[in-house]
Design a binder for this molecule. Sequence first.
Ligand code: SF4
Ligand code: SF4
Length: 89
Amino acid sequence: MEKRIFITDACVGCAFCMLVCPYNAIVVFGRARVDYETCNACMKCIMYCPNSAIGVEFLESGLESGLESGLESGYQEPQEPKSERFRIT
Ligand code: SF4
Ligand code: SF4
């Protein structure tokens, strides 16, 4: 089962997640955005977010083909109901 990180509206743009990401998969322009082509879902950013603004969802059948890079297309809300979402607080 694949994992996918998502950013919630609680993000304040502090960029801690960008600094700790070992894959440089996050950019921050006002708020954080995830490059899904680079992110390997290691979940390190979740542990460091001071606002608990990063969550993870577990996909039943992998990333959907229509999902593009967050850097290229902007943040996209994950599709429902094909996944279960968990916000780690
Ligand atoms: S660490 Fe959390 S609050 Fe800060 S930019 Fe990243 S997601 Fe937003
Ligand atoms: S899950 Fe890991 S690779 Fe993906 S954005 Fe967070 S720290 Fe970077």
